[in-house]
Design a protein around this ligand. Sequence first.
Ligand code: SF4
Length: 358
Amino acid sequence: MSWIENILKDNNPETMEELITRADQVRRKFRGEAVYLRGLIEFTNYCQRNCYYCGLRRDNNAINRYRLSAKEIIDLALQANQMGFQSLALQSGENPDRKTVDFLVRVVSEIRELTTRDSSIGLGITLSVGELSYADYKRLYEAGGHRYLLRIETTDPQLFASIHPPSQTLEKRIECLKALKDIGYQVGTGIMVGLPGQTPDHLLADLQFFVDMDVDMIGMGPYIPHPQTPMGREPSASQVDPWVHTLKVMALTRILMPDINMVASTALQSLRPDGLKWGLRAGANVVMPILTPIKYREDYRLYADKKYKSFPQLKEEIEEAGFRLGLWQWGDSLRWAKRQQQSEDNKVAGHLQAEEAM
Ligand code: SF4
């Protein structure tokens, strides 16, 4: 991957422009001009983990903790459905206890039941609730969740250890991603770009990881410090630029994995007002409009200065960037769809071989 290494280390703005143009071409060829929506409901900011960079960390006592009721989540889901979003993302801090998982299983199955009563495909459901057991991932899948986002953040063991407490390990994160894939989810992962101590070589290894894991979706964003966290209180330098390198890694990901889904993250949009347009040009084809009730939004900040855009604003920016909204469709990852087809074909081939042998 020496050409990729060169791009990651090259500071020439022309290299960046060429790279983004190429990513845009690849994305238009393989994924078209549609931008798919995942209405984002941040249903609780309680978190049992203590990541050193995140404003939701357990030890941050400066935020008000909240938990949406099942009715509040379902009502928001139904509104999203009426607006044509067709897909929902349920996100929260990490709470692997029985009560929280039972609650989520109930909510997911109710949303699926209510939105498929008229025989439509109903709302597609993406989950992003962190590390759980294999059995709990399976329960959520059987309840109707079919995509799962679990960011690796970085694949470098030392860098991972520098941003998480010792109880959270890279091995466990990878094990969870493998479990999700084994169960049949469309699996998404991603990284933070611009972490203290991060280098272009780390990013190269992260790209290799995406390819080796053969993931279906990517969601990555720049590292933005949060003042109420250990890392935010003691800022230190990174060898990579959060803005430039996020766009570079997104563009490279799109070129290496043309048929995946990739999110233009809210963090990218928070860093610069034109972040959405750049993210789309760099290969993103998914946007997650925030549906969390306004009164809770201030308390759901993984990083500082998180920006919110209304749905009409997002629509306008998507169209200005030369794309169109992919309303009334799930917009699944083509990479996942191909893998499903391949596994069906293998099953048929296996049956035929078995019949011939008889
Ligand atoms: S990154 Fe996730 S698991 Fe870590 S503290 Fe924040 S919400 Fe919790």
